[in-house]
Every structure is written in C-alpha cells, then in structure tokens.
Write a protein that binds this ligand. Sequence first.
Ligand code: KE4
Length: 430
Amino acid sequence: MNSDRSHELFARAKTFFPGGVNSPVRAFRSVGGEPFIVKHGKGPFLFDVDGNRYVDYINSWGPLVLGHAHPAVVAALHEQAQLGTSYGACHEREAELAQVVRELFPSLELMRFVNSGTEAGMAVIRLARGFTGRRKIVKFEGCYHGHADVLLAKAGSGVLTLGLPDCAGVPPSAVEDTLVAEFNNAESVERLFDACGEEIAAVIVEPVVGNCGLLVPEPAFLKALRSITEKHGALLIFDEVMTGFRVHLGGAQALYGVRPDLTMLGKVIGGGLPVGAFGGRRDIMERLAPLGPVYQAGTLSGNPLAMVAGLSTLSEWRKPGVFERAVGVTERLVEGLRAGAANHGLPLVAQSVGTMFGFFFSEKPVRSYRDTLSADKDAFNRFFHAMLEAGVYFAPSAFEAGFVSVAHDGEAIDFTLAVLDQGFRAAKQR
Ligand code: KE4
C-alpha cells in the first residue's frame, strides 16, 4: 500500500499541530506507525491521498450512522448554508431536532444543545452540583466523559479511591471531589456512598462503555446504580454521547429500562458536525440560566448546520428497518471475528451492543477496565496493521470501540469478512 503522499502531508501537519493531530488518538501512537491522510469519505469507505480505500469502522468515532456524505445530509447542509451558517439567535431547527430527540429519549423533559460531548459533561456536573448543593461526583475507571478537569481523575489508592489527576495540568484540587468506582461492581459504588453518601451529587457512567474497548453492563448493574442514587438523593447521569441512537434508537436507557436524571448526548445528533447536548428532569434543568443560577452558554450552541445535519441523519436512521439492518451487519462482523480467531486458535473476546462493537485478544471475560489490562495489546496492534494493509480501518487503539453504519451492509462487510484471515495470521506471529 503506497503512502508517500500521506507521509508528506503528515510531516507538514506536524509543523502545525502537536503530534500532527487535532485529537490524540488519531496519531496512531497506541498502534505505532503513521496515520494516513484522508482525502474523502463515501458511505462505509474512507479514501486517502494516495488513492487507498478503507472500510471505515470508526465513522468519525460514532456520529456517522448513515456512513460518509449521505445524500440526505449533504442536501440538508447545502440548503441550510444558503440561509446562513450561524445566527447566535433562536431559530426553528433547534426545536425540530429537540422534538426528535425527546421522542426517542423521553427522559429529556428539557434539554440544551452544546458543541461537544466535553461541554455536555462539564455542564451536567455543574448542574448536578448546583441542584443538589453537594460536591462529590462518582465516575468509573475506564469511562471517558470528555476532557473537563473534574472528569480527568483516576482511581487513587485506599478505600475512598479519592480521585487523583489523570493527566498533567489538572490540579489535585480539581479532582479531590471526584471518586472513582469500578464498572460492573455495584459494591464499589455502595462503599463510596457508605463513606460519603450525603456529599455525593451524582454518579456519571457510560452505560455501555466505549472508551476502554467495549464493556457491556451486567444485567443488574445499571438498575443497581439507579436504586443506590435514589436511596442517597444523588443524581444518576448517563453519558450517552456514544451509545445514544447506536445501542438502541432510544439509547442504553431504553435498551436496559433505566431512567437517568440527566443524560449527555453528542455525535449522532450532529450527523458529523460539532454538537453535544444534555438534558433530563425538568426540575433539574430549570436551575440552568437564564431560569436558574447555574450558568452555561455557547456561541455556536444550536447551530443551524449541526441541527439540520442531525435532523436529516436521525430521520433516515429511524426509518423502519434501517437500525435493524445496521445491527445485523454488526452481528455478522462479531461472528466473523470470533470464527476467524477460533480458526487460528487465538483467544478473542468479541462483543457488540446494537451498532457498537469491541474485541480484545484475551483468554478471560472482559467486564471491567482492569480486565482490559491483561488483553494482548501487541496482538491487537499486529491485527490492526494487517487489516489496514488489507483495506479495513479499525480503531487505532486496543482501548476504543468500533462503529457500524447502515452503509456497511453489502460490499463493505463482505469485503471485511473475506480479509479477516490476514489480520489473525499477523496477530498470531509473535
Ligand atoms: P467530545 O468532546 O470529543 O465531542 O466528546 C467527549 C466524549 C464524551 N463521552 C463519551 C462517552 C465519549 O466517547 C466522548 C468522546 N469519544 C472519543 C472516542 N473515544 C472521541 C474521539 C477523540 O477523542 O478524538
């Protein structure tokens, strides 16, 4: 696979951006090698500047449930752009998208659009603290909710697992009230509430974790979080930036039948444009400015381009049978991964929830962040590069999830299944 032009352009990018990228995971640091430079996307495919084609299982990290450059989305953007790209004022597209979101997520009695999942994360934490008058927050190891300081905490030592900064530049003071529990371990949450229950404002969780590979909640886990938070007067926040519309049209809250107090959304609702959203119980959301004392704002919030991209995406995505088709493709992919690994005698844990999937080269089940640490990262990296060479682009990290669009049905999934063997042969070579 020729990558001369990509190499040239990546060298140029490195003269402008740290690591040559505008978001770290794109730099391939986890898998090694250099990223290709995209020329354009179409349907399930990305094409790089050297003319190579890849089946894209990242889909911009989740937003593109219809694939790249879907005609309906392009047409909607083209039409809106001629009416203006940003008003900084009220317009009817905002309520139109909110209507669709609330039809699919009834727990969002009120909501607000922002421009990224990170903004949504910042806002829900501030709102939970403002509403409850409490300071502490519980998050889970391996869950990512954007790069706001308060959420960049890792488990400290000791019973309380008091948050410690998870990256340079985050002062201990910013995370001293962030407690860290273990996903799929309700007892680890109960211990935190036993120690400081009345000080905890909220528990925030990715209901299906997509930021340390894919972690699927055990049947009773999410319901346990709901009853623990209710018992202690704390709020339950579902971060559905990734799971929203992907694990189920109504997100994980519909799939598992657990109603959170607040929800974060993003990605899909912008159809590939910068967007985020948060919302939930009316009595909580009404504490938000301009009604209440909790401040939050954004120049491009509710931007008409993002709104129409989200509207056109969701109107196609919720058409009868479309979501189910994409789930079928995802299940075919996971079955192919399992069968391919078995043929090569490789231990593989591959699973999916709706149109999200993940896989680990692991002998044992992977149900928490700590379990992921014993997965064979080197085997994943060899698999990743062999598949890239074959024209299939999985996430460039063993600790990310994968995403399927409805456009993957047909040639893309057939091609993928036909070349999987090359990936497993490489994975086997130590
Ligand atoms: P953004 O600020 O990147 O729009 O959203 C942050 C965020 C919040 N919550 C969840 C569950 C998320 O997955 C994300 C962002 N996801 C990453 C993928 N691991 C985006 C990719 C990147 O950081 O480049």
